[in-house]
Design a protein around this ligand. Structure first.
Ligand SMILES: Cc1cc2nc3c(=O)[nH]c(=O)nc-3n(C[C@H](O)[C@H](O)[C@H](O)COP(=O)(O)OP(=O)(O)OC[C@H]3O[C@@H](n4cnc5c(N)ncnc54)[C@H](O)[C@@H]3O)c2cc1C
Length: 350
C-alpha cells in the first residue's frame, strides 16, 4: 500500500515563455519545463522526465546534465513507464540531492507516495520538487510501440523510425505537427504531417485511445498533486495579449511555496506574467474533469485490445483508426507545405 499524499490548492498562475530561444523551439509549449530543469541542474540536482527511445517505448529517466535535457523536452503522447525511477529518486534524496520529478499527475502521486513511505528524514523529503502536467490521458505503451512498428513496415525502413516528435513548431505553436525520419536503402527520408493525417495521432487528439483508467482519472481536477502544474496557455492571445509569443506560452500553476521558489529562480531571463487562475482553467477541460470518448470510440478501443492480444496490430492502423476526413483537413492536405507555412505564420503573427 502506498502512503497517502494530499492534493494542493492552486495559489498563483503565470504565463511563461523560456528566454532561451533554441530551447523554446524544442519544447511543446512555452518551455517552462526546460527553464525549471536548468535551474535544478545548475544547483547540482537531478531531473526526472519522459524520454522516447529508439526501441519504440517511452520511459521515465533521470538526467544530471543540461546536455541531456533535450531528451526530456517535448510531449510524448503515450504512457511513460516509470519503472524503477521512484526508488531511484529516493536514493538521490538520501544523498542530499535536490530532485525535480516531472510527469503526469498519477506519476507524481506515485513518486510522492514512495518518498513519503521511505525512511528518509523530513529534510531529505523536502528536497523533492514535483511538477505535474495538465493531462488529457495517455495511450498504452504497447499501442505506441505497435504504431511505430507499423510505420516502420509501411515505409519499408532499414532500421526503424527515428526521432519521432509529436509537436514540432515548424508550423507554429499549438499546431499539432509531427516529425520523424527513417532510412530506406541507406537514404534518409523525413516525414511531417498534421495530427489529423495520422491514425494514431488523430485518435489521440479526439481522446479515443487512452488507458481505461484515464477516463476515470481522479487527478483531473483543480487541486493538484505537483508543487507546480504545467500546460499550454491556450487563451493567452485573448486574455493576456502582452504575454503572447508565437513560439509558445506555458501556463504555470503554482501550488506550493516550494514550487513558487523554484519558479521564481528559474524565471531569470524568461518572460513571466502573473494571470488569474481562471484565465487558464477556462480553456482546460482536464483541470475540471477527465476526458470522455464517444460510444463509437469505446467500441473501437475494445477492438484494439483484441488486436493487441492477438498480435494482429497492423489492422489497428490500416483499418480501425481512420484519419481526419473533415473538409478542413482534406483541404490542408492538398496545400503545398510552403503555402501552409505562410498561412500559419500570418495567422500566428496577426
Ligand atoms: C500525454 C499528455 C497530455 C497532455 N495534455 C495536455 C492538455 O490537455 N492541456 C495542456 O495544456 N497541456 C497538456 N499537456 C502538457 C503539454 O503538452 C506540455 O507537456 C506542457 O505544457 C509542458 O510544456 P513545456 O513547453 O514546458 O515543456 P516540454 O519540453 O514540452 O515538456 C516536457 C515535459 O513533459 C514531460 N512529458 C512529456 N511526455 C510525457 C509523458 N508521456 N508522460 C509524462 N511526462 C511527459 C517531460 O518529462 C517534461 O517534463 C499534456 C502532455 C502530455 C505528455
Amino acid at each position: 500500500m502506498g502512503a497517502r499524499v494530499s492534493l494542493h490548492e492552486p495559489r498563483r498562475a503565470f504565463a511563461f515563455t523560456d528566454g532561451d530561444k533554441g530551447s523554446l523551439e524544442r519544447s511543446a509549449s512555452g518551455g517552462a519545463f526546460a527553464a525549471l530543469a536548468r535551474q535544478v541542474l545548475r544547483e547540482g540536482g537531478i531531473v526526472f522526465g519522459a524520454a522516447a527511445e529508439d526501441d519504440g517505448l517511452v520511459h521515465q529517466i533521470s538526467i544530471r546534465s543540461a546536455e541531456d535535457l533535450s531528451r526530456l523536452q517535448g510531449s510524448k503522447y503515450v504512457w511513460s513507464r516509470p519503472e524503477g525511477t521512484f526508488t531511484e529518486c529516493v536514493e538521490y534524496l538520501k544523498e542530499g540531492r535536490t530532485v525535480l520529478y516531472t510527469g503526469t499527475p498519477c506519476q507524481i502521486a506515485g513518486v510522492r507516495s514512495c518518498v513519503e513511505k521511505s525512511e528518509l528524514t523530513e529534510e531529505q523529503k523536502g528536497n523533492l520538487v514535483t511538477c505535474d502536467l495538465i493531462c488529457h490521458g495517455t495511450p498504452r505503451n504497447e499501442l505506441y510501440q505497435a504504431y511505430i512498428a507499423w510505420l516502420s513496415k509501411r515505409h519499408d525502413a532499414d532500421d526503424g523510425i527515428h526521432s519521432y516528435r509529436f509537436r514540432t513548431k515548424e508550423y507554429g505553436w499549438g499546431l499539432y505537427y509531427y516529425y520523424y525520419y527513417y532510412f530506406r536503402n541507406g537514404t534518409k527520408h523525413e516525414v511531417r504531417g498534421g495530427a489529423g493525417d495520422d491514425p494514431y495521432y488523430f485518435a489521440f487528439s479526439r481522446a479515443a485511445i487512452y488507458r481505461h483508467a484515464c477516463y476515470q482519472c481522479r487527478y483531473a481536477r483543480k487541486e493538484r498533486m505537483g508543487d507546480l502544474t504545467l500546460g499550454d496557455y491556450w487563451g493567452v492571445r485573448k486574455n493576456t495579449p502582452e504575454a503572447y509569443d508565437p513560439k509558445g506560452v506555458s501556463a504555470v500553476i503554482v501550488n506550493t511555496h516550494k514550487g513558487e521558489d523554484l519558479l521564481l529562480k528559474a524565471a531569470d531571463g524568461c518572460s513571466i506574467t502573473e494571470v488569474p487562475y481562471e484565465k487558464i482553467s477556462e480553456q482546460q477541460t482536464n483541470l475540471n474533469r477527465p476526458s470522455r470518448r464517444s460510444m463509437e470510440d469505446e467500441e473501437i478501443a475494445k477492438q484494439i485490445e483484441l488486436r493487441l492480444k492477438s498480435g494482429n496490430t497492423d489492422d489497428i492502423f490500416d483499418r480501425l483508426l481512420p484519419i481526419d476526413q473533415g473538409r478542413n483537413a482534406r483541404l490542408r492536405r492538398m496545400l503545398p507545405p510552403f503555402l501552409l507555412k505562410i498561412i500559419y505564420r500570418l495567422r500566428s503573427n496577426a
